[in-house]
Design a protein around this ligand. Structure first.
Ligand SMILES: Cc1cc2nc3c(=O)[nH]c(=O)nc-3n(C[C@H](O)[C@H](O)[C@H](O)COP(=O)(O)O)c2cc1C
Length: 252
């Protein structure tokens, strides 16, 4: 493929070529789940709901003005409250009906084709100082919980390797990894899905940057990563679900 062919991806020319009456939604196929299913007996951590405006009071203009990519973090843990806030800001649900969930970020057709995984390194679970055990977790937006996925030896080193040696991906309190489940979007838009999934991911990243400003934390988007290695690390098949964007977060 030449440059011009790749640029086609940024356009919406494909729309005119698609017969939207043939998409799975138009053919009456049931919508895929809003949230990736999990076993009900798996280990979960309840997250915090709060009046975030009172707790983390920062003006929007200040958050926008101060926002920058931050790659150096101190050893201070994130609290579970702060982690709850970041998840609420990036993927939290504000209104839900049977097959549709409106979140705090926009999404094309409200299809929300993303899941949030976290490599958790330094998060304080309680005031006593007790920490979440290190490992891979996933956000459950419908119940505002963390799902413990699995522990992994040498996770810090593996996260650095997964990002081609970007040290801050393993020196964070938490590294967020967003994955795409493209079918959620394809169910409605067929071949016209993939550009808007990428656009949706950008909204999530920007909310993460701004929310970090509100809690004295820093983040830096990561778009350069080893696709196969990271998908394997997260136990994803790499076809129906795969990593798409990362954001290490730590106190500054
Ligand atoms: C889509 C995207 C991918 C990025 N990927 C990386 C990355 O892999 N590594 C990195 O250090 N910074 C990455 N960045 C951060 C940019 O380098 C940064 O936004 C840019 O230098 C401007 O700096 P600022 O964010 O402080 O304004 C990425 C930013 C975006 C939006």
């Amino acid at each position: 493929m030449n440059l011009e062919q790749y640029r086609y991806f940024l356009k919406d020319s494909i729309r005119k070529t698609i017969d939207f009456s043939r998409t799975d939604q138009s053919r009456g196929i049931k919508a895929p789940p809003i949230e990736k299913p999990y076993s009900l007996d798996s280990e979960r951590v309840e997250l915090i709901n709060a009046d975030w405006g009172k707790l983390f009071d920062i003006t929007l203009s200040k958050a926008i003005k101060n926002r920058e990519s931050r790659r150096n973090y101190n050893n201070e843990p994130l609290t579970l409250t702060q982690l709850s806030f970041l998840l609420w800001a990036t993927q939290g649900i504000r209104m839900c009906a049977e097959d549709i969930a409106f979140r705090n970020v926009p999404s094309a057709g409200c299809r929300h084709a993303l899941e949030t995984y976290m490599a958790v390194f330094n998060v304080e679970k309680a005031k006593s100082g007790e920490k979440l055990k290190e490992g891979i977790y996933r956000y459950l937006p419908l119940t505002h919980e963390l799902l413990f996925e699995f522990s992994e030896n040498d996770l810090q080193e593996k996260m650095i390797k997964a990002t081609f040696g970007q040290i801050f991906a393993g020196k964070s309190a938490v590294t967020f990894i967003w994955t795409a489940i493209p079918y959620r979007m394809e169910w409605r838009y067929g071949l016209d899905s993939h550009k808007v999934i990428a656009m949706d991911t950008g909204h999530v990243g920007q909310n993460m940057y701004l929310a970090c400003e509100a809690i004295g934390a820093g983040t830096c988007a990561i778009g350069a990563y080893d696709q196969d290695y990271l998908d394997e690390l997260l136990h994803l098949d790499g076809e129906d679900e795969f990593a798409i964007y990362l954001a290490p977060v730590g106190k500054i």
